[in-house]
Design a protein around this ligand. Structure first.
Ligand code: SF4
Ligand code: SF4
Length: 399
């Protein structure tokens, strides 16, 4: 008999009264309240893999339905971790989507492949961003925004802020979402140590997903102290506009704003202030049916269940319903990943990225818009690696 240990990744079995409200309200399952109670009674016994949890994409929204502050999404992470550890190998499609492990000898991944194919001038910027800085504010640039380095490096609005984020620096989010909690811990720990090599008063986060991971998951689920005051890049822009150091030329856009999986975890102030910024730069925004505490994932979290495109598509279709109900053809995201996936997998809708729109409004131009990245993804070495992992992403799981 295998001994079942206690939960150690943040879920509080002591607080949980097994009411089932966390999963009964989940968008990704149609469990009735009674069934949800039965499932929660079973799965709170200890961190194991329970097939009843296969629907979960670890979006984190159930934490807000739990009145006992038991953090049920951490239970989901820990059960996924248990499952992953007992698999003979990681799906190659999933391994290709995880950054931050190059220093540990992991092979090619999508982010590194993009960085490798960058023009010389962009690669020089990344080398510079990898070097620790001394600055009042430090701009942390995550893995996806790093694929278009000139956009941030050459921005006039961002000329006074030091920038940081080398090719293998990562918050660890995709390892964590995959259930690779130990790897996620090591990536996150390295990032916190790397940030400590800098000297700064405030850390400005360009990516909201990194912001959630650094402010919530790293300290709460991984137990790593994060001793920095943190603000979002959108608050930074608003400060500049209010101080008169940046001037707005409105972008004139009418779009439905799409909250990503992580938005609500960064707090209502975060959500309100980026909406305020969108209006300030001339975007008329309307809300999706499921925003804020009920926001639906763009689909990418679904991919990290088993590395299958089918689960991604199933999840993305829910988001698509929201887009259709909004009556808008333009969608505004503030997650670079959502923006990328909406562009490719939500035909009929035009995706916009708030960071890019803000640079347009403040600078009048963007040195490397996302359209440049779409071309970069066509490089032969990326096409080759995508073909190599496609079997693992497309074929059904072995029975
Ligand atoms: S985690 Fe919270 S919402 Fe879920 S069953 Fe336990 S007490 Fe209820
Ligand atoms: S983490 Fe998300 S998908 Fe999983 S149970 Fe909670 S709300 Fe549902």
């Amino acid at each position: 008999m295998e001994e079942v240990r206690s939960f150690t990744r943040g879920f509080s079995a002591e607080n949980c009264n097994q009411c089932g409200k966390c999963i009964a309200g989940c968008q990704y399952t149609d469990l009735t309240p009674k069934q949800a109670q039965t499932v929660m009674k079973k799965v709170t016994a200890g961190p194991k893999w329970y097939p009843e949890l296969a629907f979960c994409i670890r979006c984190g929204k159930c934490d807000h339905r739990c009145s006992k502050d038991a953090r049920p999404s951490d239970l989901q992470h820990e059960c996924q971790e248990y499952k992953r550890r007992r698999e003979t190998e990681l799906p190659s499609s999933m391994a290709y989507a995880i950054n931050g492990l190059v220093t540990e000898g992991w092979g090619a991944n999508f982010f590194q492949d993009i960085y490798k194919g960058l023009p010389k001038v962009d690669r020089a910027i990344l080398r510079n961003w990898a070097t620790p800085k001394k600055s009042k504010d430090l701009l942390w640039i995550g893995c996806t925004d790093r694929m278009l380095p000139r956009s941030l490096e050459e921005s006039r609005a961002l000329r006074n802020i030091a920038k940081f984020g080398g090719p293998d620096d990562c918050c660890g989010v995709w390892a964590i979402q995959a259930g690779l909690m130990d790897e996620g811990y090591r990536i996150a720990k390295r990032l916190v140590n790397r940030l400590k090599e800098n000297s700064f008063d405030r850390l400005v986060m360009a990516c909201g997903h990194c912001q959630k991971v650094v402010t919530k998951m790293i300290p709460q689920a991984l137990g790593i102290d994060v001793p920095f005051p943190i603000i979002s890049i959108y608050d930074y822009f608003l400060e500049m506009i209010e101080a008169g150091t940046a001037k707005v030329t409105p972008v004139h856009l009418d779009a439905a704003i799409s909250d990503p999986c992580f938005g609500y975890e960064n707090g209502n102030e975060y959500l309100d202030s980026l909406r305020g910024l969108a209006r300030t730069i001339g975007i008329t925004i309307s809300e999706l049916e499921h925003n804020r505490e009920n926001s639906i994932c763009c689909g990418y979290n679904g991919f990290f269940n088993d590395g299958k495109i089918s689960k991604y598509v199933k999840t993305a279709m829910l988001k698509r319903k929201d887009f259709a109900n909004s009556g808008k053809k333009h969608v505004l995201s503030y997650c670079p990943g959502c923006h990328l996936f909406n562009h490719y997998f939500q035909p009929g809708y035009k995706s916009h990225y708030l960071l890019e729109e803000t640079l347009l409004a403040l600078d009048g131009k963007v040195a490397e818009p996302f359209s440049v990245l779409y071309k970069r993804m066509l490089r032969p070495h990326i096409a080759w690696n995508l073909t190599r992992v496609s079997k693992s992403a497309l074929l059904p799981l072995p029975r």
